[in-house]
Design a protein around this ligand. Structure first.
Ligand code: NAD
Length: 412
């Protein structure tokens, strides 16, 4: 941490804020000022103090107080999906109370629950008028960055551009109740996890140094399904874990999704992304893979295999937890572990990038506008799965589209 560090505040004190704070031990440019959250604020502040990344970190009453504090330079918005607009309104109110505006606002994925809401987020941050960042950690994961760099330099440079990117992220289901409530989350696994896979696959296919607009999505075909958690036994498990009012069997979104997106390059060629997401995967750790294929080469990354595995015999039966690897399914048997999850998943690189951009006053690699474009493709995927046809993400009707599960949940 340097004396000219960017002092950041978090809105939301849950799982992802904890991950960000852990990653900051590798980011010299940042100091945690505090956390505004209905729960977890003191826990996260204590973590920041203990790790030495926020010696004076403390809870704040709300996002407005955080934004109004002149010793806070930037805000990372990491609350529930349904709170983006309300949070940004509070940040706007706080920002107007300052002599000098905030230096930046970072927004966790997904940018919002629908494309319409994402456009409102964009309008609000435009009105606040400070630089923004869209937090997609996969684009900063060292394995993906290095793989993309080598493949494009050696493979594409000699044999032609890659034409197919595949990405999958599957685990056993999220940790907090609200992810399972479509009216709060905005959707199921398609919204929650395919935002990562789609954006990473698009980025792998994008020529280094070229803008997002160098690839245009023009056709999306998607399938969603309820494979596991809608079964009575598993719906009962969710009720037991999260409370009787969580009736996934009556008000489900989806626990499986796959999408094929067709993109047009600037010189008129067609390239594809194939993405799969699920909350019904059972295995050692996550299934978290990436592939990039071209005419004479390919890249393969298995994020859940870092070359370190542990094995516990049946005599070792510890408490359930996530201490081995994120979303671990078991505490016995063979389990892959990661030496440094916050860096491996890209959080350290991500936070370093956005902090440096805000300190330098330069435009970050991903802004709220990129989050809007991700939402456009996600809503096309929902519509495609509902209507059983290919959907063009440029269709303006998507701006008022709400996935069926959220429409149903909102009316029940
Ligand atoms: N980039 C990633 O890999 C990644 C991983 C997990 C979550 N996320 C995203 O981060 C966000 C938070 O997810 P999480 O896993 O930390 O959830 P969580 O349930 O662990 O924590 C949510 C936090 O938000 C707080 N909160 C609730 N209402 C709020 C409000 N009105 N204002 C401010 N805070 C409020 C809660 O008190 C809690 O501390 C979600 O949008 C999620 O999609 C991103």
């Amino acid at each position: 941490m340097s004396s000219s560090a960017l002092r950041i505040g978090f809105v939301g004190g849950g799982f992802i804020t904890g991950f960000h704070i852990q990653s900051l031990v590798e980011v010299r440019e940042v100091e945690v000022a505090g956390i505004a959250s209905p729960s977890g604020g003191e826990r996260c502040a204590e973590l920041a103090r203990r790790l030495g990344v926020g010696p004076t970190a403390r809870p704040y009453a709300d996002a407005e107080e955080l934004a109004a504090d002149p010793t806070v330079d930037a805000i990372w918005v990491c609350g529930r999906n349904d709170t983006r607009l309300a949070t940004l309104e509070k940040i706007r109110a706080g920002n107007t109370r300052r002599a000098r505006p905030l230096r930046g606002i970072c927004l966790e994925k997904p940018l919002a629950r629908t494309l319409g809401e994402a456009l409102q987020v964009q309008a609000l941050v435009d009105d606040i008028g400070v630089p923004t960042g869209y937090l997609e950690d996969m684009l900063f994961a060292p394995t993906l960055k290095r793989g993309k760099e080598v493949l494009w330099r050696r493979g594409a440079g000699l044999a032609g551009r890659p034409y197919l990117a595949r990405a999958a992220e599957e685990h056993g289901g999220p940790h907090s109740k609200w992810f399972w409530q479509p009216e709060i989350a905005g959707g199921g696994v398609l919204l929650d996890m395919m935002c990562h896979s789609l954006e990473a696959a698009r980025w792998l296919l994008t020529e280094p140094g070229r803008p997002r607009a160098s690839l245009t999505p023009f056709k999306v075909r998607a399938t969603t399904a309820n494979l596991k958690w809608i079964q009575p036994e598993y719906a009962a498990q969710l009720r037991e874990r999260f409370g009787a009012d969580l009736d996934w069997a009556a008000r489900p979104s989806e626990d499986f999704a796959s999408a094929t997106v067709h993109w047009r390059t600037e010189d008129g060629r067609e390239v594809l992304t194939e993405t799969t997401s699920s909350w019904c995967y059972v295995g050692a750790g996550l299934r978290h893979t990436f592939e990039l294929l071209g005419p004479e080469y390919s890249l393969a990354i298995d994020m859940s295999r870092c070359g370190v595995e542990v094995f516990f015999s049946r005599r070792v039966s510890g408490e359930a937890g996530e201490d081995l690897v994120e979303k671990q399914n078991a505490e016995q048997g063979l389990m892959p572990i990661s030496p440094n999850e916050p860096a491996h998943y890209g959080y350290a690189g991500e936070n370093r990038h956005f902090a440096r951009s805000f300190l330098a006053g330069s435009r970050p690699a991903l802004t709220a506008a990129d989050g809007v474009e991700v939402m456009r493709v996600l809503m096309a995927a929902y519509r495609s799965s509902e209507e059983g046809r290919a959907v063009d993400p440029a269709d303006p009707a998507l701006e008022s589209f709400v996935p069926a599960a959220c429409r149903a949940a909102a009316h029940s």
